[in-house]
Design a protein. Structure first.
Ligand SMILES: Nc1ncnc2c1ncn2[C@@H]1O[C@H](COP(=O)(O)OP(=O)(O)OP(=O)(O)O)[C@@H](O)[C@H]1O
Length: 220
């Protein structure tokens, strides 16, 4: 589904942030991406969603060499990837319902065709009674879950989440992890970037991709 082969990434003229990074993400797999702050977790995720181009190496995504994709193909490919950003990126002037529905509206779907899907998903993340609220009145944990719902609404084949439990207490972190595990069991490949060791310890079956000094170490 996704592979990196000897990928390097250098910002400007500085040293390489990522060096010779090689790994594969299989369909329906579950992995934590970890490493100290500044190790390059967000950078690696930005490479996957093609927000950055590698300085060297090969990235294959859904059986295509990412370097050969044109603008439309990149947009099309990104639709298969759900992303939970570290800073949520919810639109403050839209209700939770509208934020979660947005990816489907962008695809040109009629509201009647997705109303119940959005409502169900909001219930699934525990926000069924908050669907008319604006993001500005939500707690960090509620925003976190709304951004998870928005990432999932278009049923991505691959879900990337950048520190998805960074803003919540341990109880809610466990609940969010359970949502991701459920999603994985229903067939989505999941990559969670985190430096929360206690979160990783709660799901032993996950692979660990560990970034250190620009290199990636894999623990199956
Ligand atoms: N746009 C940029 N321009 C220059 N350097 C950058 C840029 N973005 C990130 N970096 C640098 O690249 C390195 C990796 O950053 P990145 O955000 O990928 O790390 P991270 O592992 O996600 O960190 P954290 O856990 O703190 O979120 C850091 O040294 C950072 O300063």
């Amino acid at each position: 589904m996704l592979s990196f082969e000897n990928v390097g990434l250098r910002y400007g003229v500085g040293p390489e942030t990522l060096r010779d990074v090689t790994f594969e993400i299989a369909p329906r797999s579950f992995q934590f991406l970890t490493g100290p702050s500044g190790a390059g977790k967000t950078t690696l995720m930005r490479l996957i969603i093609m927000a950055l181009k590698p300085t060297r190496g090969l990235i294959n995504i859904f059986d295509r060499d990412s370097a050969t994709l044109d603008k439309d193909e990149i947009t099309e490919t990104r639709r298969k990837i759900g992303v939970v950003f570290q800073d949520f990126r919810l639109l403050d002037h839209l209700s939770l319902y509208e934020n979660v529905a947005l990816p489907l509206r962008v695809l040109g779907r009629e509201e009647a065709s997705y109303r119940s899907e959005v409502t169900e998903l909001l219930k699934w993340v525990g926000l069924g009674d908050r669907k008319h609220a604006l993001p500005t009145v939500l707690s960090g944990g509620e925003k976190q879950r709304a951004s998870i719902a928005r990432a999932l609404i278009s049923q991505p084949k691959l879900l990337l989440a950048d520190e998805p439990t960074g803003n919540v207490d341990p109880t809610l972190a466990r609940r969010i992890l359970r949502l991701f595990v459920e999603l994985h069991k229903s067939g989505t490949a999941v990559v969670i970037a985190t430096h929360d060791l206690s979160l990783m310890d709660q799901y032993d079956a996950a692979r660990r991709l560990v970034l250190a000094d620009g290199r990636l170490h894999i623990f199956e």
